[in-house]
Design a protein around this ligand. Structure first.
Ligand code: SIN
Length: 296
């Protein structure tokens, strides 16, 4: 890869990061110490596991299976709810974005309020494809996207909105988030998917269907970021199948100002150091010069 970008602190969607590569929600984000480790291992910022209004055990297993090109998961949003505040408190001042979910705008605002003054920002999970009454159940309705976003952005902290690709036109949801006062859009969450065990003659996931992540979804993520960049004015954070510096550059060319890395961390916990070492050079170009350049 020849194209590299100049290193330095970067501010995206109101959050200052030490580089352009952020740990995605749901991966290593379940404890304060695993979040701290991801930062120490080169992540420019980290997003926590999604936290909701009530403690949740998640779906019955199997919850994660490996498939060609990625992972299929139906975790079911397991989380300790408000107790998670004590995990994030020691990290106040660091680029820790708390992923939150709720069943309506009021629940989103309530969960966010627990982390005010502790979180560097919030990421609204309006996109989990397999949680009844949560995630994409709201995030496929532009009016609810706008209202949930407004409920959290009104608190004054940076508010990122993670969108689902499981819609006909993701730009409609992006514009709804923008109207609601989002500081950035994160695209994409997992693609709704399933596998069936031919031996057992039943779906492999306990929840029957789940969400596909990993390399297989990278072209879908690129397409979504490209469409959002054409429609929206706020920064876009690309997520979905990124596993190397070249993927980061491609995502930026589609329109992303930063990226999130999730599934690839499973195969290589040191992936942030590896991406960063290939992405940056003191002779590199300013990132802004390549963000969205594929549209020109
Ligand atoms: C889960 O916990 O089920 C995954 C979360 C998500 O897909 O947003």
């Amino acid at each position: 890869m020849t194209l590299k970008i100049a290193p330095g602190m970067v501010t995206v969607g109101g959050v200052t990061l030490s580089n352009h590569c952020i740990l995605a929600a749901g991966v290593l984000g379940t404890t304060g110490s695993s979040l701290a480790r991801a930062l120490a291992n080169g992540a420019g910022g980290v997003v926590t596991k999604s936290i909701g209004p009530f403690p949740c055990e998640g779906h019955p297993g199997p919850c994660v299976v490996e498939v060609e090109g990625g992972l299929l998961n139906a975790m079911g949003l397991p989380n300790p709810s408000r107790e998670f505040v004590s995990e994030v408190e020691p990290l106040a001042g660091k680029p820790v974005i708390v992923s939150i979910y709720g069943g309506d705008p009021g629940e989103f605002r309530m969960v966010a309020s627990w982390f005010e003054g502790i979180a560097a920002g919030f990421e609204l999970n309006l996109s989990c494809p397999h949680a009844a009454g949560y995630g994409a159940a709201l995030g496929t309705n532009p009016l609810l996207v706008e209202e949930c976003t407004r409920a959290v952005s009104g608190l004054g902290s940076p508010t990122w909105v993670k969108l689902t690709p499981n819609v006909t036109d993701i730009a409609i949801c992006g514009k709804a988030a923008e109207r609601g006062g989002a500081s950035a859009i994160v695209a994409i969450n997992t693609v709704k998917a399933m596998r069936i065990s031919t031996a057992l003659k039943r779906p492999v996931l306990g929840n029957r269907y789940g969400g596909l992540s990993g390399k297989a979804v990278f072209p879908i993520a690129i397409r979504c970021v490209y469409e959002l960049y054409e429609a929206c004015s706020i920064p876009i954070i690309g997520c979905g199948g990124i596993s190397g510096a070249e993927d980061v550059i491609e995502m930026m060319m589609a329109g992303a100002s930063a990226v999130q890395v999730g599934t690839a961390v499973k195969d290589d916990p040191a992936i942030f150091q590896s991406i960063v070492s290939h992405l940056y050079s003191s002779e590199g170009v300013q990132a802004e010069t390549i963000v969205g350049c594929a549209h020109e």
